[in-house]
Design a protein around this ligand. Structure first.
Ligand SMILES: [Zn+2]
Length: 301
């Protein structure tokens, strides 16, 4: 989503300002010239009959001018209604900006998505004075320019932040590693045949530090059948991570660990064909695919 696509209504407002300066100004001038033409006709006509005819024409022209004036006012009112719609859109953009600022955990006062000055509900039933509409349009244009600039900065900040989060090495249990086997059904690496792989395998050398992927409390340290030397961390909210096949265990039960802390040395103990780190994520007692948690940082906090 680009910010420029959001702030496009600006050009619409520019058009409306040009329209106002052009059209609404021209209509009263036309009416005035009609009055003047009527006056000249009255001077030129002699006698009562001529005066009556001239009076009738003057009345017709006055009525015509009134119609013209009324039409111009209707157009102004229609424009006012459109300004109201644009202000509603601006309010939605500002609400979005406020929400993004909050979700992004950005400091208060860094962004100010203040509400634009509204045309108001009662304006719909009365004629909109041209000056007032002019003022509303300018205020709206200013508001959209400011909001657009802020959204651009916000966009950049959030993109930078997302990039920085993705680069934190503690998000994976081994630094500079790659996934050698994903979560789910696969051929059994030892006896062949179908097998459900309950975690993700990360490449590692024996002795490489194994890192906690999120903050938590060590809830198991020891040997598990098939897993070899195993560490488990309880992250609260029903989430537990399990790190298997370690060569050495360096933590005690109940220890508090932070994301990125070393919790073991990698190895190939248990049912393993070579040194690697097998990571499992358990949610409320059920094993789940770890990938969303590594990418979404949901275990943190
Ligand atoms: Zn594995």
């Amino acid at each position: 989503m680009t910010v420029s696509s959001i702030v496009n209504p600006r050009s619409l407002i520019s058009d409306a300002l040009v329209f106002l300066g052009d059209r609404a100004a021209r209509r009263p001038a036309l009416a005035l010239s009609l009055f003047m033409a009527g006056g000249l006709a009255l001077l030129g006509a002699g006698g009562a009959a001529g005066a009556a005819i001239a009076q009738q024409r003057l009345a017709d022209q006055a009525a015509q001018a009134q119609l013209t004036q009324a039409r111009a006012q209707r157009e102004l009112n229609a424009l006012a209604a459109r300004v109201g719609e644009l202000q509603a859109q601006a309010n939605r953009l500002n609400a979005l900006g406020e929400r993004l600022t909050r979700i992004g955990g950005l400091k208060d006062g860094e962004f100010d998505f203040k509400r634009p000055v509204g045309v108001g509900g009662d304006e719909a039933v009365r004629d909109m004075p041209r000056d007032e509409l002019d003022q509303s349009l300018r205020a709206l244009q200013e508001q959209l320019t400011t909001s657009g600039e802020q959204l651009t900065v916000l966009d950049t900040l959030l993109a930078d932040r997302a990039h920085a989060l993705g680069a934190v090495p503690s998000r994976e249990p081994v630094i500079d590693s790659y996934v050698t086997s994903g979560f789910g059904l696969r051929a059994d690496p030892i006896v062949g045949g179908g097998q459900f792989h309950k975690g993700i395998d990360f490449s590692a050398n024996t002795g490489d530090p194994v890192l906690a992927v999120a903050d938590g409390v060590v809830s198991f340290v020891g040997e598990r059948s098939g897993y070899g030397n195993t560490v488990e961390i309880d992250h609260g909210n029903g989430y537990v991570t399990r790190y298997a096949h370690n060569s050495r265990l360096v933590r005690r039960n109940g220890e508090l660990v932070r994301a990125g802390d070393e919790i073991a040395k990698a190895g190939s103990t248990g049912r393993s064909t070579g040194a690697h780190v097998h990571l499992e994520v358990w949610q409320d007692g059920r094993v789940v695919n770890p990938r969303p948690f590594l990418q979404g940082n949901r275990l943190r906090g």
